[in-house]
Ligand binder design. Structure first.
Ligand code: FAD
Length: 328
């Protein structure tokens, strides 16, 4: 029988369920080769009883659930060692990982340990038809501040990519699909020779699913002032995002960053406060349905892409907006 191409998707648990990027990756993986020529499998690490069967309903042939109390909290070193051991044993041709905070941290660690290549933050995947690379995974991602699309093919195996969330439609759930879940034991539950001790884990905001984002940039003077954004975001049922300027200044965590090297978001409403609108920021939010900009500089580039603009001081306009929303 003809050998089928084995594609492994590293799924991730998030707030008790499976992160939806896995459903998008399954959909894309199923499209890569003609029907019947590939086998799509998922590996997920965790503890408890999450609904991992949904991964099969979306199209995964087998879900390997590596279950252990040691995986209650995602510990990158321990995850990496177990995932590498699994990959060495199962030998997938392609490994796809969602470009979430965890995925972005794990991907390079796994690739380095397996001595293979990794393309980060892909926005498209296809099988190459070029003469020299025919049959290999072509990993496509924006480069040079979104000015070109780089097509990358790795010569080493497995071919690995982290893929941005919300780039592909989710695979459709089909209840008639066979559910094949294999609960497997971890290869190890302690990290060998690790000199790193986790001191604390910061609770990270998940802004990628937010329908409303109130985002702040360098116009925010100090960390405490983010409370203004939070108050408005809470009133609108949204989340707070930031430009890279605030992350670099240590005012916010990178999980809150919107843009080219941060999160790509598509909310119904994006309120940009004290953000100039650099191309790298716009790359992450320009697909928002409605954009409101607040900026003291009328020539700020953000005004050229916004639907509604306030020229003025965010420290005056935001409190006014908050009062208006409360009164509404
Ligand atoms: P600034 O450009 O300094 O703008 C601050 C704005 O605030 C100004 O327009 C000013 O008029 C306004 N302002 C000041 N005070 C007030 C006030 N009181 N009220 C209202 N408005 C006020 N950036 C990102 O955001 N995300 C990314 O993912 C990202 N990735 C990058 C990747 C690369 C490879 C590179 C080279 C850069 C990247 N950047 C990214 C950085 C980007 O180029 C800009 O430097 C950054 O977006 C600027 O942030 P900002 O708009 O907050 O700051």
């Amino acid at each position: 029988m003809e050998q089928r191409h084995k594609i492994l998707i590293l799924a991730e648990l998030c707030e008790g369920g499976v992160h939806k990027v896995a459903y998008e990756l399954i959909g894309k993986a199923l499209e890569l080769y003609p029907s019947g020529k590939s086998v799509v499998e998922c590996l997920i690490l965790g503890n408890g009883e999450p609904d991992v069967a949904e991964l099969c309903r979306r199209g995964a042939e087998t879900v390997y659930y590596m279950k252990d109390p040691a995986f209650e909290e995602p510990e990158e070193q321990l995850y990496k060692e177990n995932i590498c051991a699994f990959i060495r044993e199962h030998e997938p041709e392609i490994v796809l990982i969602g470009a979430t905070s965890l995925g972005r941290s794990l991907g390079p660690r796994i690739a380095a340990a397996l001595r293979t290549g990794l393309t980060a933050d892909c926005t498209q995947l296809q099988i190459s038809t070029e003469e020299k690379t025919a049959g290999k995974l072509e990993q496509i991602r924006p480069a040079f501040s979104d000015n070109i699309l780089a097509h990358i093919v790795t010569g080493t195996m497995p071919q690995m990519a982290t893929v941005r969330y919300k780039e592909f439609p989710e695979a459709v759930s089909d209840k008639s699909r066979e559910v094949n879940i294999k609960v497997i034991k971890p290869y190890r539950t302690e990290v060998s020779g690790c000199r790193i001790t986790r001191v604390y884990r910061e609770l990270q905001e998940n802004i990628q699913d937010a329908q409303v984002i109130v985002a702040g940039g360098r116009g925010i003077r100090k960390k405490e002032d983010l409370a203004l954004l939070k108050e408005l975001a809470d009133l609108l049922g949204g989340q707070v995002g930031v430009s890279r300027a605030l992350v670099d200044a240590g005012l916010a965590g990178s999980s809150m960053q919107v843009g080219y090297s941060g999160n790509r978001v598509k909310p119904a409403l994006y309120i940009a406060c004290g953000i100039s609108g650099a191309p790298q920021h716009l790359a992450g939010m320009k697909e928002s349905d409605v954009v409101i900009a607040v900026n003291t500089d009328p020539s700020a580039p953000i005004f050229s892409i916004c639907d509604y603009g306030y020229v003025g001081d965010l420290y005056q306009i935001l409190p006014q907006m908050i009062e208006d929303v409360k009164a509404w």
